[in-house]
Design a protein around this ligand. Structure first.
Ligand code: MEV
Length: 403
């Protein structure tokens, strides 16, 4: 099938009937009638849900939409989003269209390296213990790999070890970080098993006791970086209202507000997570893990900061996002959730890094759409129009739409 058919621009997709949207999607993503049937069941049969969690009594459904216009590193993507909030999918598509006019998103991803933490308590001489553990580096990495034959066989495994003296309530705690390349898995199971496997030997070497053994969600070795350069002309209002340079200045000013104020940065990042979480959820990944990583990374220098910033460079608005992205394209939920596997097929990604870059682009796009709206007509007009379509035209409530 030609690349043209895999393009992510589908004119008037929004105004098609549900059946026609599905037909269009089936052609672009090469889906079968069985695949399409999955879209009616939320992609998961109640009988299979019991393989995922305990005490199952049913399935909880969310809308699944497809964001259009995404071009990342010169490739087009149809981006599946599972989300309950009106306007998120439309905003992502709108932003991706503006970014496309500037050549699309550019993205890079770190190697898929997760951190396992092994806490060692009551270490009498932390400096000497650290030296002994560092001297046993090769032995510990081999021991970690010995319990993960499958991961090692696909080119993953323990890569490095770092010893940290983590004080505060005590002077006698060491924390060993194992850096583990998880390839296309999110990696939680492998990493936690490795932590439990090496912990007794580390305790022996340290002369202390084993404490906690678990991954860190501050996955700062598995970061994605996404940027977008949008010419002023692409930012101008369709309806002849705002001029592109003014919109750009408004978005850049909104970014500075978030850079200066943690209260604003929290909401700015919430908008980013509207895009991020929707794709993380559609693809069967652990959105709590991605959320924990995002916010701890945002506060990594002791002050809570925006995950994406915008500034003017020449005649363009330039945005940059950087955040941890612990997601996988194999294993975990994907083994038991056909709908999540279908979402990955719609995306046509071939690695966890590629998936992470798409998710980062959805976050940066979402942020652009929110800041553009806030800097021009305000968020309520567009948001409330979609909200009214969804729920009728309710009397104004005290809480209003969620933000
Ligand atoms: C609403 O879900 C998200 C926004 O509040 C994000 C923002 O303020 O940047 C509109």
């Amino acid at each position: 099938m030609s690349d043209e058919h895999h393009g992510s621009r589908i004119p008037e997709f929004r105004s098609l009937s549900l059946a026609d949207r599905r037909r269009e999607l089936a052609v672009r993503a090469e889906l079968s009638p069985d695949d399409l049937a999955l879209l009616d069941t939320g992609g998961l049969a109640a009988a299979d849900a019991g393989r995922m969690i305990e005490n199952v009594v049913g399935i909880y459904a969310l809308p699944l939409g497809v964001a259009l216009n995404f071009q990342i590193n010169q490739r087009d993507y149809l981006v599946p989003m599972a989300v309950e909030e009106p306007s998120v999918v439309a905003a992502a598509s709108y932003a991706a269209r503006m970014v496309r006019e500037g050549g699309g998103f550019s993205a890079t991803a770190d190697q898929p390296v997760m951190i396992a933490q092994i806490e060692l308590r009551d270490v009498g001489d932390p400096a000497a213990a650290r030296a002994r553990i560092e001297a046993a580096r090769a032995e510990i990495l081999a021991l970690a790999d010995s319990c993960q034959a499958v991961l090692v066989s696909v080119g993953g495994g323990a890569r490095d070890l770092e010893v940290r003296h983590v004080t505060g309530s005590t002077q006698n705690r060491l924390v060993v970080h194992l850096h583990v390349n998880c390839r296309d898995a999110m990696g939680a199971n492998s990493v936690n098993t490795m932590a439990e496997t090496v912990a007794p030997r580390l305790a022996e070497l340290s002369g202390g006791r084993v404490g906690l053994r678990i991954l860190s969600n501050l996955a700062d070795r598995r970061v994605v970086r996404v940027s977008a350069r949008i010419p002023f002309a692409a930012l101008a209002s369709d309806k002849g209202g705002a001029v592109g340079s003014e919109v750009a200045e408004g978005v850049a000013a909104a970014s500075r507000f978030a850079e200066d104020d943690p209260y604003r940065a929290a909401t700015h990042n919430k908008g980013i997570m509207n895009g991020v979480d929707a794709v993380v959820m559609a693809t069967g990944n652990d959105w709590r893990g991605v959320e924990a990583g995002a916010h701890s990374y945002a506060a990594r220098d002791g002050r809570y900061r925006p995950l994406a910033t915008w500034k003017i460079e020449g005649e363009s608005l330039v945005g940059r996002l950087e955040m941890p992205m612990a997601v996988g394209t194999v294993g975990g939920t994907l083994q038991v959730h056909p709908g999540a596997r279908l979402a990955l097929r719609i995306l046509r990604v071939s690695s966890s890094e590629e998936l992470g870059m798409v998710i980062g682009a959805a976050g940066l796009g979402q942020n652009l759409a929110a800041l553009r709206a806030l800097a021009t007509e305000g968020i309520q007009r567009g948001h409330m129009n979609l909200h009214k379509r969804a729920v009728g035209d309710p009397a104004p409530s005290r809480s209003g739409p969620r933000s």
